[in-house]
Ligand binder design. Structure first.
Ligand code: NAP
Length: 248
């Protein structure tokens, strides 16, 4: 019988994995999306949308749909669904593969200040300057609303969820961005400090290079830890290897 793989998606890697698995004869692939984005784009294989109802709900879905392997390819900051994936795997015995793109690594000249949360980022911010480029996503901006004397340039794929800081300019844009583009943006808006999450990946790394070249500080939110005992793979080839499907 064809193996059924469920991918927890919402990332570029999940999309690439769905394409790689769907291209294999005899493999059935379903991608699950949270439903946060209005137009998620076309995905290879089947798609289901919306929460499962916690780890128990996910475990029930794995059983009901005859899933043979679960791949958590969600964003590194989507900690709740990752914890649910680990628990649902333990409950059902379905093997779970965690896919996490590598985090960003500082280079010579980087002025990174690492923090554990958006609240800590907001606390650290005042010492770095007045004009802030904020690219931590459209959720969680309430952490910065107390900073009434700062100017925020917020960039996100969809409109940020209120409340946002009082002096906020919103830029709706989707990467990838080039270093030249990011440098021009930082200059144009006279940015003093960049605040971002350690999402990793190529598509949005250019802002870090631009900040380094302009000598600007970066407040970088660390990733939440993986569930205990979990060892992630870092790319699609690693998933295929764990699933015993080679990547050629
Ligand atoms: P989260 O906090 O870890 O998850 C919250 C709840 O949303 C989960 O408990 C689950 O609901 C549901 N959920 C999340 N991902 C799901 C998926 N792929 N399929 C079905 N249900 C899902 O997640 P989040 O940070 O809100 O992220 C939501 C989605 O956006 C993820 O799929 C992630 O890959 C993507 N994303 C997140 C970020 C980010 O910065 N967090 C950035 C880019 C993309 P139930 O408990 O009801 O199952």
């Amino acid at each position: 019988m064809s193996p059924h793989v469920l991918i927890l998606g919402g990332t570029t890697e999940a999309r690439e994995l769905a394409a790689a698995l769907a291209a294999r004869p005899g493999v059935r692939v379903t991608t699950s999306l949270a439903g946060r984005v209005a137009r998620p784009g076309v995905l290879d294989g089947q798609v289901r949308i919306g929460g499962f109802g916690g780890a128990e709900g996910l475990a029930g879905w794995l059983r009901d749909e005859g899933v043979d392997a679960l791949v958590d390819a969600t964003h590194p900051f989507a900690a709740a669904i990752t914890a649910n994936a680990a628990r649902a795997g333990a409950m059902t015995g379905v093997p779970v593969v965690m896919l996490r793109r590598p985090g960003w690594v500082p280079g010579d000249g980087d002025r990174w200040h690492l923090v554990d949360s958006l609240a800590d980022a907001a606390e650290a911010l005042p010492r770095f300057g007045r004009r802030v480029f904020l690219t931590t996503g459209r959720l969680g901006l309430s952490a910065f609303t107390g900073l009434t004397d700062r100017h925020f340039l917020v960039r996100s794929v969809e409109l940020p969820e209120p409340p946002v800081p009082p002096d906020t300019q919103v830029l709706i844009a989707r990467g990838p961005f080039t270093v030249a583009h990011e440098t021009a943006l930082l200059r144009e808006h006279r940015i003093d400090v960049l605040v971002t999450k350690d999402s990793g990946g190529e598509a949005t790394a250019a802002k870090l290079t631009a900040a380094r070249e302009l000598g600007l500080p970066v407040v970088l939110v660390r990733r939440p830890p993986l569930p205990e005992g979990v060892r992630a793979v870092t790319d699609v080839a690693g998933v295929l290897e764990r699933l015993s499907l080679d990547s050629t």
